[in-house]
Ligand binder design. Structure first.
Ligand code: MLT
Length: 242
């Protein structure tokens, strides 16, 4: 904690930069708005039992069993032979309640796996923004928002969510360097029209080319679900709500 009584919040704009940030004594919030962390939030809100984030596609495929579904994407497209893709709407299926899902995505699961040495990891998305803010306010650790980005590059949508956290936590956590300030300015500029602000962003254009516009609108809804996914022993489960 800082010398003042405020916690500190920092933003890692790409998993490639994570080695620059201390993870000890931090709560890491992993962010992949389009669409991995939005899927995880939706899945747990709809009763999925647990999600195992797997970086490697073939390792994920090998986990398929009667007890475990496989899910995820590469370059936005469902993987051949997997049970589920990476659309939040697929995770609302009541048949998935209580199930275990092995999950691999281009960037999101990589960001989770690169954060595993943190003291605490939670999963953030606009869909659970308010629950995440409440959770972070009640904690005492400094906060690091880790943006999944796209193949090592920075993206707008994850940076915007990091900015939303800095905005919502004003008075509780102070920005530690310029990345949280950049994210905050961006969010304040975009907050009244997130979809319009993101219309030229690269992953929005990529998803539109794949005709998945409805996922974009859904993933930008703020505070739809009162759930905080947490990573425990490398597995994502529903955390206790405060
Ligand atoms: C990712 O992990 O890169 C994304 O979730 C990609 C996607 O939109 O499917």
């Amino acid at each position: 904690m800082a010398a003042s009584s405020l916690k500190r919040i920092d933003v890692c704009l790409s998993p490639e930069l994570i080695d620059l940030y201390p993870l000890e004594n931090r709560t890491v919030v992993v962010i992949d708005i389009l669409r991995a962390t939005s899927c995880v939030t939706t899945a747990l809100a709809h009763g999925v039992g647990e999600i195992v984030p797997v970086a490697d596609l073939e390792a994920c495929r090998g986990m398929r069993s009667a007890e475990c579904c496989t899910a995820g994407e590469r370059n936005g497209e469902k993987v051949d032979g997997f049970d589920l893709g990476n659309s939040p709407f697929e995770y609302m299926n009541p048949e998935l309640a209580g199930k275990r899902i092995a999950f691999t995505t281009t960037n999101g699961t990589r960001a989770i796996n690169k954060s595993l040495s943190a003291d605490e990891i939670i999963i953030g998305s606009f869909l659970n923004l308010h629950a995440v803010v409440r959770y972070l306010k009640s904690g005492t650790r400094d906060i690091l928002a880790v943006c999944a980005g796209w193949k090592g590059k920075v993206n707008l949508e994850d940076t915007l969510f990091a900015g939303a956290l800095v905005h919502e936590l004003a008075g509780d956590a102070e920005p530690e360097c310029d990345a949280p300030l950049m994210a905050l300015h961006l969010y304040r500029q975009a907050q009244h029209d997130l979809a319009g602000f993101l219309s030229n962003s690269s992953h929005v254009k990529r998803l539109k080319r794949l005709h998945i516009e409805k996922d974009i609108a859904f993933c930008l809804e703020r505070g739809k679900y009162d759930v905080v996914p947490v990573v425990r022993g490398g597995v994502i489960v529903k955390g206790n709500l405060l």
